[in-house]
Design a protein around this ligand. Structure first.
Ligand SMILES: [Zn+2]
Length: 457
C-alpha cells in the first residue's frame, strides 16, 4: 500500500522566494508524500537555513471545484533550529474520504528568525491504491478509462460505451463536458468497497462531479450492466459539473432522470412496473422525488423509472435547449419551482399535470396541502464514514471544510438481480455451510453416543 513519491530532484531549484535574498532562504529537501490508501497521506520534508527556522506550515488540498479559495493548513510540531525535520498526516477518515484518482497538492511555508519566508513549489500526487496494476486508456479528449483486470478489448468496450454516453448527453440532453473525466473500473464491487472509506449498504458505482471522477465495480462477466452503469455515472458527473455552484441544488428526480435517460430505454421489468403504476394510479408525486429516494426496493425502482419518464417528457417535448436552461437556472441558485416556471411556464405541480396527461395517467390528486414537501425517505446511498467528523480533528491543524465538503456523490439504482457469478458463489457458500452443519451434527451425535457408552461401560 505504501507509495512514496520522492522529490529529491526538486530540492533547491524548486524553491520560490517570496521575500528577501536567495542566499538567506531555507532549503527544502526530501519533500515527499507517502500514501497509505485509502486511510492516510503523510507529507514530510527536511528544512535547513542559515538561521533558526521558527515556523513551518503545510498548505495542502485536492484539486476539485470549490466554492472559494480557502486553503487547508497544517502546523506540524517541530523543534526550532537550523536543521528541521517535519511531517504531518492527513487522516481521510477525519476529513472525509476522497475518490481514487484525486489529485492531491501541497507546499511548505517556512519562516526563519530573520523574518524571511520560503515557499516550496506546489507538488502534486495522485491519490490511488497501488495494490492494483492500473492501466489507462484515452478515448477522445474528455475520457480517461483506468482499469486493472481484463484485457484491452474489455477496456475499449467500456470506453466506447462511455464515449457514446457522452455523445448522447451532448446531443440529446445538451450536457457537455469541458474537462477530462477519469473513470476508474474496479474488478468487482468488493474491490470498489475496499477503495473507499464508506459503509455502503449497496454500491456498484459512484460519481464525484467535483473531481470529474467516476468509479465503478465491473467484472468481465458483467459487461452488459457495466456499459449502462458507466453511462449512468458519467451523466451524474456531467450534471454535477454543469450545475456546480455554492447555491444550486438539482432535485433527485432530475439528476437520476438524466442518468437513466442517458442509458437508453428502460429495461422491460422497469417499463412494466411503470405501466402498472400508471394503470393503478400509484405513481409517486414528483415533489416526493426531489430528495432521497425510498429504500424499499419496489419504490426505489419506481422512483428511478418515474424520474426517467419525467425527464424524457421534458427533453422530448420541449427540447434540449430548455433542459440546459433549466439546469443553468438551478446552478444559479433558483429554486426548482421558479426554475421550471421561468423555463417551461409551470411549477412542479404543473409539470406533474402535464406529464401525467402525456403518459396517459389519471389527473393529479389535489392534496390538502399542495405545497407541503413530504419527508423524503432514505435512498441506498453511500455516505462518507466521516464527512461530519471534521470538528473532531485532534491534530494541531486547521482544515477548512469547504475544500472537502463535496456535493454528495450519487450512485446507481439497485440491480434487479445479482449477477450469475455472485449467485453461484452464494450457492457454493450455502452448500459448504450445510456440509459443515452436517458434520457438526454428526460429531455431536457420535460424541453423545460415545459418552453414553462410556457411562454404561
Ligand atoms: Zn444515479
Amino acid at each position: 500500500m505504501r507509495k512514496i513519491i520522492t522529490a529529491l530532484i526538486l530540492s533547491l531549484s524548486l524553491l520560490t522566494a517570496t521575500t528577501g535574498l536567495a542566499s538567506t532562504l531555507a532549503t527544502v529537501t526530501n519533500n515527499e508524500i507517502m500514501l497509505e490508501f485509502p486511510e492516510t497521506a503523510t507529507f514530510r520534508a527536511n528544512f535547513t537555513d542559515d538561521v533558526d527556522i521558527t515556523s513551518l506550515v503545510l498548505e495542502y488540498g485536492n484539486e476539485q471545484q470549490t466554492c472559494g479559495e480557502v486553503i487547508a493548513k497544517a502546523f506540524p510540531q517541530f523543534t526550532p533550529g537550523k536543521t528541521v525535520k517535519a511531517q504531518w498526516t492527513w487522516e481521510m477518515r477525519q476529513s472525509g474520504s476522497l475518490p481514487p484518482g484525486t489529485t492531491l497538492w501541497w507546499r511548505w511555508r517556512v519562516n526563519d528568525a530573520n523574518g524571511k519566508e520560503t515557499v516550496s513549489e506546489t507538488k502534486t500526487a495522485t491519490w490511488l491504491d497501488d495494490v492494483h496494476d492500473w492501466k489507462s486508456l484515452n478515448h477522445g479528449d474528455f475520457l480517461r478509462l483506468h482499469w486493472y483486470q481484463g484485457d484491452q478489448i474489455f477496456a475499449i468496450d467500456l470506453a466506447k460505451a462511455a464515449y457514446n454516453g457522452l455523445q448522447f448527453n451532448e446531443t440529446q440532453s445538451g450536457l457537455k463536458t469541458n474537462a477530462p473525466i477519469d473513470i476508474y473500473i474496479y474488478a468487482s464491487t468488493d474491490d470498489l468497497k475496499e477503495a473507499i472509506l464508506y459503509e455502503p449498504s449497496w454500491t456498484g458505482g459512484q460519481a464525484f462531479p467535483d473531481q470529474d471522477i467516476a468509479i465503478l465495480g465491473i467484472s468481465e462477466s458483467d459487461l452488459d450492466w457495466g456499459r449502462d452503469a458507466i453511462v449512468h455515472e458519467l451523466t451524474h458527473v456531467l450534471v454535477g459539473h454543469l450545475t456546480f455552484s455554492c447555491l444550486g441544488d438539482v432535485p433527485t428526480w432530475l439528476n437520476e432522470g438524466l442518468a437513466v435517460y442517458s442509458e437508453g430505454e428502460l429495461d422491460t421489468s422497469s417499463q412494466r412496473q411503470l405501466e402498472d403504476a400508471i394503470r393503478d394510479d400509484t405513481l409517486l408525486t414528483i415533489r416526493s422525488l426531489s430528495g432521497s429516494f425510498s429504500e424499499v426496493p419496489d419504490k426505489a425502482y419506481l422512483s428511478y423509472s418515474q424520474s426517467y419518464s419525467i425527464t424524457k417528457f421534458l427533453i422530448e417535448t420541449y427540447g434540449q435547449d430548455m433542459m440546459t436552461a433549466l439546469l443553468l437556472a438551478l446552478r444559479d441558485g433558483i429554486k426548482i419551482d421558479d426554475a421550471l416556471t421561468q423555463t417551461y411556464g409551470f411549477n412542479i405541480e404543473g409539470l406533474e399535470e402535464a406529464w401525467r396527461e402525456a403518459i396517459g395517467a389519471q389527473p393529479r390528486a389535489i392534496s390538502a396541502q399542495p405545497t407541503t414537501q413530504p419527508t423524503p425517505t432514505y435512498i441506498p446511498t453511500i455516505v462518507p464514514v466521516s464527512g461530519a467528523l471534521l470538528a473532531q480533528q485532534s491534530t494541531p491543524t486547521v482544515i477548512p471544510t469547504s475544500s472537502f465538503n463535496s456535493i454528495p456523490a450519487t450512485e446507481l439504482p439497485p440491480r434487479r438481480a445479482p449477477p450469475l457469478g455472485l449467485s453461484l458463489v452464494l450457492l457454493g457458500i450455502c452448500c459448504v455451510m450445510l456440509l459443515l452443519l452436517g458434520v457438526l451434527i454428526l460429531g455431536v451425535a457420535v460424541s453423545r453416543q460415545n459418552s453414553t457408552r462410556g457411562k454404561n461401560g
